[in-house]
Design a binder for this molecule. Structure first.
Ligand code: WTA
Length: 645
């Protein structure tokens, strides 16, 4: 190992883990040399109604991109997460729910979860929801969110979860794009002691969503919310009289399981489509091996089910494995910044998976809030969502894990369905800040801007050369966009949109997005989306948005705004625009800095030179590069002179 800071696999971890380094090398080599054989075998980890005889049918050729796995097999994802566990672990806790208020929690066994899913599935069928219909889930982090996902899977409906922090407009756009027939929501969410008006937002969104025929509403806070007769149904009333057994729909491996909208570098968010068989095989297998999950352990992923991490590693992967998964409604700093560690102690959490932004925020408060808790149950720590800076890694390792727990820094994307690059706790020596090595079947390739594959230690654009079962299959309703976005930039590869470095040991270091996507507190945001929200304001004529380094969020949102002639650049308008973006998209899209820009740096053909705007946002004026090709080079000096400090 070449780098100074290497943390070798602890001996006991290697001895007791599912996979040690010898096994990793063996299995990895086979998975690349013989993907059919490898996945043909590992596909059997889930239950099939009709076993597959075909394993893989994939083409990355831009003229004919198709991705199919296990495509003549049939299964039901919910039955895999529930029914098959009933005999062996019906009374085991499937979900530990920890409420926003530390005195509120619940435990749900596999049998209980099976029954709840059955009742809801039957209620949905009674309301006319059929196989293939899309159902929008707009929920707080309550067990009913997982119940709703599994009920959809059970009856063959395709869920589309919209994060509870999104605005009515964002919700409406997503419902419209996939023509959902139903919304499952709650009266209100509860986070950090504050209510989130989910039903009110839903009502507003549905004014422009004629496809929605029914709304099921979970009573969470008891807030007084209007119910529209014939359309809105309380969850309890709708499910009360329903039988617990709900026949599971027989689904083809390639039938859609869910759509999840995610931001790209252009246009509106894309509906990433995942299917049933390959996705479940891949999430279950990565969950078991990456977290070295052992029967009976308590596993906690702090994500929200509104993001892919919540789909794959709170619900589907863990439940397919018969794990006990913890679902947390609250936030890391409520009521105090010890909350995460108190929850760890309260529920004896063994595996803890969170985001660098949470770690950095908690670091600010020093070690005391951590050290006053025991955390002795912890065995494995995980990180996801953005690059983890070595300083945060070391704090996570030493302060949270007391130097005992391997950290798995897991790199993946909404599109990849599951983890692609990550250490395995018993197999991989760790380097702080590196996602280390590929998972089985994953073949990372680093290419230069011309698409030439680079060898050895190098830096460039990260692509993946072969398919893996958890890969997204298409953009819902727009296969051409799928092809354009991922398979045309570098021919023959899936292009991730990330840059990376590969060191002498073959370790991967993700350097961040190379496109116009920014990563704010681990949430993906398209700069184009924020720009279109800004220009929708009547006083804004033009806007350009870039990311800039932010101590806690990783990246912050920096907006350059040109006003309509005659409008005044006031502090009040600045605040109004921030509020406007929150309303248009949601709080996660709030600009951190708005700079008034009488002019934007453009080429003579009118293209905005974002490279320059990024440098100014980064306060890096020394390396602006060639500005002579600009239509009006003087705008750059003006922007530098007026950069808010
Ligand atoms: C970034 C989240 C570095 C990356 C699962 C990717 C990471 C985007 C890591 C996907 C990591 C995620 N190290 N960067 N461990 N994990 N990213 O779709 O830029 O919300 O492309 O999926 O997050 O974000 P998404």
């Amino acid at each position: 190992m070449s780098e100074a800071h290497v943390f070798p696999v602890p001996q006991d971890a290697a001895a007791n883990a599912h996979i040690d380094s010898t096994r990793y090398k063996e299995m990895y080599a086979r998975s690349i040399a013989d993907p059919e054989g490898f996945w043909g075998e590992h596909g059997k980890r889930i239950d099939w109604i009709k076993p597959y005889s075909q394993v893989k049918d994939v083409s990355y050729d831009p003229h004919d991109v198709h991705i199919r796995w296990f495509h003549d097999g049939t299964l039901n994802v919910a039955a895999n997460c529930l029914d098959r566990h009933l005999e062996t672990r019906g009374d085991q806790t499937a979900i530990i729910w920890e409420g926003d208020d530390p005195s509120v929690d619940a435990r749900i066994t596999y049998r209980d979860l099976y029954e709840r899913v059955g009742r809801l599935g039957n209620a949905m069928r009674d309301m006319g929801v059929k196989k293939g219909d899309r159902v929008c889930i707009y929920m707080p982090m309550v067990p009913e969110a997982a119940v709703a996902m599994l009920a959809c899977a059970r009856i063959g409906a395709v869920h589309s979860i919209v994060f509870g922090g999104f605005s009515p407009d964002s919700l409406a756009n997503r419902i419209q794009d996939s023509e959902c027939v139903m919304v499952i929501t709650a009266d209100e969410g509860l986070r950090g002691g504050r209510g989130v008006p989910l039903k009110a937002n839903t009502d507003k969104a549905l004014e422009s969503c004629p496809s929605v025929k029914h709304v099921i509403v979970v009573k969470r806070t008891g807030a007084d919310v209007p119910m529209k007769k014939g359309r809105d149904h309380w969850y309890d009333a709708a499910t009360a009289g329903q039988p617990v057994d709900c026949p599971a729909e027989e689904m083809n491996a390639e039938d859609p399981l869910f759509i999840l909208y995610t931001s790209g570098s252009t246009g509106k968010p894309k509906g990433v489509l995942h299917t049933s068989g390959g996705y479940l095989v891949y999430t279950a297998m990565t969950h078991e091996y990456v977290f070295d999950y052992k029967d009976g352990e308590i596993y906690w992923c702090t994500a929200d089910v509104g993001w892919v991490t919540g789909h794959s590693y709170i619900v589907y992967g863990p439940l397919a494995n018969g794990a006990t998964t913890l679902m947390f409604e609250g936030v890391p700093n409520y009521p105090t910044t010890s909350r995460f560690w108190e929850v760890v102690d309260k529920h004896k959490v063994n595996i803890f998976y969170t985001a660098p932004t949470a770690i950095r925020a908690l670091m600010r408060d020093g070690e005391d809030p951590v050290k006053k808790t025991s955390r002795e149950s912890l065995r494995i720590l995980g990180s996801v969502g953005e690059p983890i800076n070595p300083e945060a890694w070391m704090w996570f390792y030493n302060v949270v894990g007391d130097g005992r727990c391997p950290i798995v820094d897991t790199w993946w994307q909404t599109e990849t369905g599951g983890i692609l690059i990550s250490p395995l706790p018993g197999a991989t020596d760790l380097k702080p800040g590196s996602a280390t090595l590929p998972f089985f079947g994953v073949c990372p390739v680093v290419v230069d801007n011309e698409g030439k594959e680079l060898e050895g230690a190098t830096e460039g654009n990260l692509c993946i050369a072969q398919s893996w079962p958890g890969q997204m299959r298409t953009v819902y309703g727009d296969h051409e966009r799928f092809v354009q976005t991922y398979f045309t930039t570098y021919k023959g590869y899936y292009f991730t949109g990330d840059g990376c470095r590969r060191d002498e040991d073959g370790y991967y270091w993700i350097t961040g997005r190379v496109d116009d996507v920014i990563n704010v507190s681990g949430h993906r945001m398209g700069t184009a989306e924020v720009e279109s929200a800004l220009v929708a304001h009547p006083k804004v004529s033009e806007a350009a948005v870039v990311g800039f380094p932010h101590d806690i969020k990783g990246q912050g949102i920096y907006a350059y705004v040109t006003l309509v002639a005659g409008e005044k650049e006031t502090e009040e308008l600045r605040k109004e625009l921030v509020k406007w973006v929150r309303q248009e998209i949601g709080p996660i899209a709030s600009p951190d800095i708005i700079q008034w820009a009488p002019g934007l740096p453009k080429t003579r053909s009118g293209k905005i030179m974002r490279r320059i705007l990024r440098k100014i946002a980064e306060n890096d004026f020394g390396s602006l590069g060639d500005t002579s090709t600009l239509a009006d080079p003087s705008v750059v000096d003006d922007l530098i002179d007026n950069r808010p400090s």
